[in-house]
Write a protein that binds this ligand. Structure first.
Ligand code: HEC
Length: 162
């Protein structure tokens, strides 16, 4: 076999391995961790979900890290986020008191982190954490199923509140 033939055979072997490795088949679904510093990221917007059937019931505060902000603020339609771009939504109970709606006790934090290797979930990793910061077992595929409705915006629903 000519040296170039040997090289392409080796490349084919590596590609075959990548295609059949569990990570490639299921999508690379290593869990994300809850970033400790997200409270000092930029606050993107707040939102109250009042529909109990919507699954995300609660008072939402959305945060974005530096890597996510440039794309989020850009006017380029469908721009893809760079690897490492992250969003966190803090979800609180909705409390109504004396004519105001405020955030009550923390329910959970959800995380979305761009990683093009996570092909099965649209190039994003997803994670969910209880009020104490402990991971909640959630299938990233179920997060992706809904977020794929925003596939024309690289799976990000949030828009920047000016
Ligand atoms: C039924 C649809 C639905 C499901 C399921 C869902 N989300 Fe979302 N998600 C939304 C919507 C709508 C928003 C925008 C809400 C906001 O701005 O507060 C959002 C916003 C987010 C954001 C902020 C960035 C963005 O895309 O706007 C993160 C982070 C997030 N979701 C994580 C998750 C995680 C983790 C899961 C799975 C455990 C999940 N989501 C499941 C609908 C969904």
């Amino acid at each position: 076999m000519a040296p170039t033939g040997r090289i392409s055979a080796a490349v084919a072997l590596v590609l075959a391995f990548l295609a059949t490795s569990p990570a490639a088949r299921a999508g690379d679904e290593r869990p994300v961790s809850l970033p400790t510093s997200f409270r000092s990221w930029v606050h993107v917007r707040s939102m109250v979900v009042t529909d109990a059937d919507a699954g995300m019931l609660g008072f939402h505060d959305v945060y974005a890290n530096e890597l996510a902000l440039e794309t989020l603020r850009s006017k380029v339609k469908g721009a893809a986020y760079p690897d490492g771009a992250q969003f966190v939504v803090s979800i609180f109970e909705v409390k109504q008191e004396k004519g105001t709606i405020v955030a009550g006790p923390k329910l959970r934090d959800v995380v979305q982190r761009k990683d093009r290797k996570a092909v099965a979930t649209g190039g994003w990793r997803y994670g969910s954490f209880d009020a104490a910061g402990k991971p909640i077992a959630k299938d990233a595929a179920s997060c992706h199923a809904c977020h794929s409705q925003a596939s024309d915006r690289d799976h990000v629903f949030t828009e920047f509140a000016q």
